[in-house]
Design a protein around this ligand. Structure first.
Ligand SMILES: C[S@@+](CC[C@H](N)C(=O)[O-])C[C@H]1O[C@@H](n2cnc3c(N)ncnc32)[C@H](O)[C@@H]1O
Length: 326
């Protein structure tokens, strides 16, 4: 297994899985092609139903095979495909959650407007599964800072940072601005993967993604001091991923605690790390004012790569694609 640690392998995931031993990685995450005729750089995204499902069953069982007994399996897709995936996974692993990730999608017409993706969360063995509770910041009005939710007389019991993360995620948005995107049709936000990694792994653990795209899972893993293994069929995407990961530092931590940061704010932290992190924040002196007082970090120094660094990544990627297509 050592030979594959921190590697991005270009090729077909089913072939590459053969090289990975049983029970060897701590977490597997997959964001497969949705079979929605998306325009990938080189792969086909329009198989017949039976063919697509048969193929999905194969890589799903490979994900379970390589995951350790203490490990977790996550699969992201639209609800339609997850209903089939759950059927496959129920035979091989233990159901933990169907995470609903709020993300409005294009109108489909004559149906309810799709407004979430799903992330299936399975334990290889629920009795041995490694899991950490995580917290996210209270949702507040952007202008007045008031809490969105009215806690009435219960606000004295509120956690100063924010609630435990439930199975509905409404605080992480798809990448909206083209300047932050790679030339890939469905790149996920890094902090989505960071939340999953903080929930299910420890520092030094290994995360495997069989559909790496332009590297989101590997970048999140590296930022958080984890190892990664990524498979990607498309040579251009694999090269972009490789270049981005190379430039990424393992630096997303405060006081030796790994945290997920977005726009210079902590957006996910582990519940068990709060005591160590609390001195880093200006917290409201009284629980009475928590409904209009946001807690803020004392330090103003940037926590993770700045936007200008990300723009430089993108420029490099575009050049790479242009060179290859000449
Ligand atoms: C939905 S995208 C993943 C995007 C990724 N999560 C990201 O944030 O960049 C699916 C990816 O799977 C790749 N892919 C398709 N078939 C594959 C196969 N058989 N083996 C490995 N990768 C494959 C596609 O090229 C595409 O980049």
């Amino acid at each position: 297994m050592k030979a594959y640690i921190n590697q991005i392998l270009q090729g077909d995931c089913l072939e590459l899985f053969h090289q990975i031993p049983n029970n060897s990685v701590d977490m597997t995450f997959a964001d497969p092609p949705f079979n929605l005729k998306k325009k990938y750089h080189s792969t086909r995204d329009s198989l017949e139903l039976e063919e697509y499902l048969h193929w999905c069953e194969k890589w799903i069982s490979e994900m379970v095979r390589v995951t350790k007994e203490t490990g977790s399996i996550f699969v992201h897709n639209i609800p339609k495909w997850l209903t089939y995936y759950a059927g496959f996974l129920n035979k091989l692993a233990d159901f933990k959650h169907w995470i609903s990730w709020e993300a409005p999608t294009a109108p489909m017409g004559k149906t309810l407007q799709p407004a979430h993706y799903g992330i299936l969360f399975y334990a290889k063995d629920a009795k041995q599964n490694k899991f950490y509770e995580v917290r996210y910041p209270h949702k507040r009005c952007r202008k007045c800072n008031y809490l969105h939710k009215d806690y009435g007389g219960k606000k004295g019991g509120l956690h100063p940072f924010g609630p435990l993360v439930p199975d509905t995620w409404t605080d992480i948005h798809r990448i909206k601005h083209n300047k932050y995107r790679d030339p890939h049709p469905c790149q996920l936000p890094i902090h989505l993967l960071e939340r999953i990694i903080l929930m299910s792994t420890d520092e030094g653990d290994t995360v495997l993604d069989p559909f790496l795209g332009t590297g989101t899972t590997a970048i999140a893993a590296k930022r958080l001091g984890r190892h990664y293994v990524g498979f990607e069929l498309d040579e251009v995407y694999a090269t972009i991923a490789h270049n981005k990961v190379k430039q990424q530092a393992s630096n997303s931590r405060i006081r030796n605690v790994w945290v997920s940061v977005y726009l210079n704010e902590i957006i996910t932290l582990r519940n068990q790390d709060w005591e160590v992190l609390q001195p880093e924040f200006h917290t409201p002196e009284s629980a009475k004012v928590i409904d209009y007082t946001k807690i803020v970090l004392k330090s103003k120094r940037p926590l993770t790569p700045t936007v200008s660094q990300q723009e430089t990544h993108q420029e490099t990627q575009l050049r790479l694609i242009e060179n290859r297509e000449r």
